[in-house]
Each structure stands twice: as structure tokens, then as C-alpha cells.
Write a protein that binds this ligand. Structure first.
Ligand code: URA
Length: 205
């Protein structure tokens, strides 16, 4: 692994991996996207979050979770008592997939082929960071992490063992909270999401 090559210097191995990912052409999504949006955070984080893919703002900024879904995620992290600076944040797919409609770039859901092509990067990130707990935000992240299709409602909010001895936790994607139409249920859905984050964070304590 990259960890081995640089004699245990995880930070240097991570920087090499990030630089390599900047030129990734494993799937066609790199062509229309602005740039690869790699993960960020301490390389010794005990808690890792995996999102779906960068959105419009992340694609432009080159950082994960800085747009509307990121702001919702920040609110939930704060409510769960989790310091964003202490966790590692990444995405299952590292290029923004979109449809151009006039001046607007509309989010398009990554397909299984794209998730599986990008999975190698998430695996390398996990090999370097070795989180105790990895939280998958939504179905795309869960597919990447577990290698199978997951029903979020059935599997959220409990520890799922991974082959490396660490744990996966599945929860909803923060953009789900932004899309709820029945506004009367948003507060409850937000609290459920926060409860999942809090429970996952308790496992690293
Ligand atoms: N949604 C994601 O899943 N990841 C991001 O980085 C931004 C929005």
C-alpha cells in the first residue's frame, strides 16, 4: 500500500495519493468536471465520513461539503458535538456529475460503474487513515463502502462490521434533509440524522 511505500509516513503518503487522484481518468466524469475533489482532514482521524460526490460548489472550490448540503452537514455535526476539523471527510465519487441546462449545472446521480471505478480511492484513503468508524452518508456512500446495494432505512443507525475490523455506520445524506417536502417532518428527520452521528461518534470515544 501507499502507507508501506513511504515507510509509515502517512501524511506524505496521503499527499501523494491526493496528487495522483488529481489526474484520475478511471471513468469519464473527469472530463466535464473542473477538478478532482479529494478527501480532507487529519490522516489519523478515528472517524471518517463518506459522502456521495462533490456538488457544483465543491467542484469549483476543490473541497468536499462546502455547498448547501455541506452547510446542513455542518449544522448536524455541531448539533452532535462533533468537531469537523477532527474528522476525515471524503466522497464515494470524486468528480462532479451533472447535466448542463443552460447556465445551470444540475446534479446527476453517479451510477454503479462510476461508484465502483472510484472505490479504489476511498479504499486507499481508508487504508491510510484507518478510521475506527466510517459513516456512509446515503446510498451511494453505502454502496462504495460495503460493495452492495443498501436500504438506508433498514440498516441505518447501527454498527456494521467491515473486513478490516473497523465499523461502518449508515445514515441518510444531508441533502435528503434539504429535499423533504413535508416541512412538518424536517425537524424530526434532522434529529434522527444527528442521533445517528452522535451514536457513531460515541463508538470512537
Ligand atoms: N454532497 C456530497 O455528497 N458531497 C459533497 O462534497 C457535497 C455535497
Amino acid at each position: 500500500t501507499a502507507r508501506h511505500e513511504v515507510g509509515g509516513n502517512v501524511a506524505a503518503a496521503w499527499a501523494l495519493l491526493r496528487d495522483e487522484a488529481a489526474g484520475c481518468a478511471r471513468c469519464p466524469l473527469h472530463k466535464p468536471a473542473t477538478q478532482t475533489v479529494f478527501g480532507e482532514g487529519p490522516v489519523d482521524a478515528a472517524l471518517m465520513f463518506v459522502g456521495e460526490q462533490p456538488g457544483d460548489q465543491e467542484d469549483l472550490a476543490g473541497r468536499p461539503f462546502v455547498g448547501p448540503a455541506g452547510q446542513m452537514f455542518d449544522r448536524a455535526l455541531a448539533a452532535a458535538g462533533i468537531d469537523r476539523a477532527g474528522v476525515y471527510l471524503t466522497n464515494a465519487v470524486k468528480h462532479f456529475k451533472f447535466e448542463q441546462r443552460g447556465p445551470r449545472r444540475i446534479h446527476a446521480k453517479p451510477g454503479v460503474g462510476e461508484i465502483d471505478a472510484c472505490r479504489w480511492w476511498v479504499e486507499q484513503e481508508r487504508l491510510l487513515v484507518r478510521p475506527k468508524v466510517t459513516v456512509a452518508l446515503g446510498a451511494t456512500a453505502a454502496r462504495s463502502l460495503l460493495g452492495r446495494t443498501v436500504t438506508i432505512g433498514k440498516e441505518r443507525g447501527r454498527a456494521l462490521p467491515l473486513s478490516d475490523g473497523s465499523e461502518a455506520w449508515i445514515t441518510v445524506h444531508p441533502s435528503y434533509l434539504l429535499r423533504i417536502e413535508d416541512k412538518g417532518t424536517v425537524a424530526e428527520a434532522f434529529e434522527h440524522f444527528v442521533a445517528d452521528l452522535r451514536a457513531a461518534n460515541q463508538r470512537i470515544a
